[in-house]
Write a protein that binds this ligand. Structure first.
Ligand code: URA
Length: 422
């Protein structure tokens, strides 16, 4: 077997054989297939697609490239959630302790930011002392004791995806349904969760820009999960506008704590509860009451224990950026659009994300939203506040935001789309 014949098969719109797939994933993980060959293959897959059978085999080969975790020793059922990535998507932070408070165990192995989308680990690292890396026994211990853990996936879990994902990020090959589905599901199946709820984002701030593509991605992932014995369901949720009122690491932690304290933006609360219900049902706990756990403080209690167990101080003040700049409304009327991609790009440029994977992120950087689509605004009022430690980045963030908003004058028949689309 050789890499060139595998690349040619996909380049010429052929179907990869199971042997070709197993070989190329294994040889790439071992370093026998070079990065430039794998990027050519990834581009051929992006352009020519893969059948469901090819995707299933590809996913299986990525799972087999590393270890599989086992949570069967836990007394409670396991439930996990995965979002396909968005702007202001801090949902994992309140969701994991909330679902744990309702009786499931949540092993949330998470990632860092990718491009304009934020990463859960980058957000939590804004909390003084909190550490993302745990050994497997530590992870199991916290799951057993607290019921929720959010940490970095160990190097042994789907190592083929780790290499391939970093390569796709820099070769324009992220936005491929077969590659996204196999990437996400190989990690989640190897992680060993009993049930999984997928939050498939749709809109400008998501990798899937339209409903048809999001449906196809969701159906592909649900089938992969169920075929591997993980009870899997999916919600399609809106990502045309950022979630909540913040995009940025410490800013999003602050907002998540507000939700756990019984407040927070309505869209973040609604999506957190919708995903919690879905996870609890999938875990066999349909009678659990997440609304009560949020209101009576038990979810907050689990958050504090979860953060403390990973070295974090839940009472420590969160870092703030050194500089701020306000963006004002250019005219009066109804805000009809606040583009998620533009806000994500601005937050990224302000330092909330990284340009290269080894770069550090700024804990305090990001964008605060003072209005949401549907709100009436007056010319000159603050629309956004930009936060950064590197004020020379303000012009780049402003350039990203140049066409981010639309304000309609006169009588406007505007209705914000629902958060959960399907
Ligand atoms: N998240 C992943 O883990 N993989 C992808 O390919 C895209 C989003």
């Amino acid at each position: 077997m050789d890499a060139i014949s595998v690349i040619r098969t996909k380049r010429d719109r052929g179907t990869l054989t199971p042997e070709q797939i197993d070989w190329v994933i294994d040889a790439y993980t071992r370093g026998e297939v070079a990065d430039e060959q794998m990027s050519a293959l990834a581009m051929a897959v992006l352009l020519n697609g893969m059948s469901r059978a090819e995707i299933a085999r590809w996913t299986g080969a990525m799972i087999a490239s590393g270890e599989r975790m086992d949570f069967s020793s836990l007394a409670r059922p396991t439930a996990d959630k995965h979002s396909t990535g968005g702007v202001g998507d801090k949902i994992t932070l309140p969701l994991a302790p909330l679902v744990a408070a309702c009786g499931a165990a949540v092993p949330q192995l998470s990632g860092r930011g990718l491009g304009h989308t934020g990463g859960t680990l980058d957000k939590l690292e804004a909390i003084p002392g909190w550490r993302a890396t745990l050994t497997n026994p530590e992870l199991l211990g916290i799951l057993d004791d607290v019921g929720a853990v959010i940490c970095a996936a160990g190097d042994g879990l789907a190592p083929a995806d780790k290499k391939l994902y970093a390569l796709r990020d820099v070769t324009g090959t992220v936005e491929s349904i077969p590659l996204i589905a196999s990437s996400i599901m190989s990690k989640k199946i190897a992680e060993g969760t009993g049930s999984l709820v997928l939050d498939v984002k749709v809109g400008s701030g998501a990798f899937m820009k339209n409903l048809d593509d999001a449906r196809e991605l969701a159906a592909t992932m649900v089938e992969l999960g169920n075929d591997h014995g993980v009870r899997t369901t999916a919600l399609l949720t809106g990502m045309a506008t950022p979630l909540g009122r913040t995009a940025g690491n410490a800013l999003e932690v602050r907002e998540s704590v507000e939700v756990l304290a019984g407040g927070g933006p309505a869209d973040v609360v609604e999506l957190t509860l919708a995903l919690a219900r879905e996870m609890l049902t999938a875990a066999g706990l349909p009678d659990a009451d997440p609304e009560k756990a949020l209101a009576d403080g038990t979810a907050m209690d689990h958050w504090r224990r979860m953060i403390t167990a990973q070295g974090g101080d839940p009472d420590a003040p969160l870092p703030e950026a050194r500089e701020r700049q306000v963006v004002t409304a250019p005219s009066s009327g109804t805000l009809t659009r606040l583009d998620a991609y533009a806000v994500g790009l601005a937050a990224w440029r302000l330092g909330a994300g990284r340009a290269r994977k080894e770069d550090p992120v700024q804990a305090g950087a990001g964008v605060e939203l003072h209005a949401r689509p549907g709100d009436r605004v007056v010319a000159g009022q603050p629309l956004l506040t930009l936060h950064t430690d590197t004020p020379e980045k303000f012009p780049y963030a402003e350039a990203a935001l140049a066409d981010a908003t639309e304000i309609a004058t006169g009588a406007v028949d505007f209705e914000a789309p629902p958060i959960v689309l399907e």
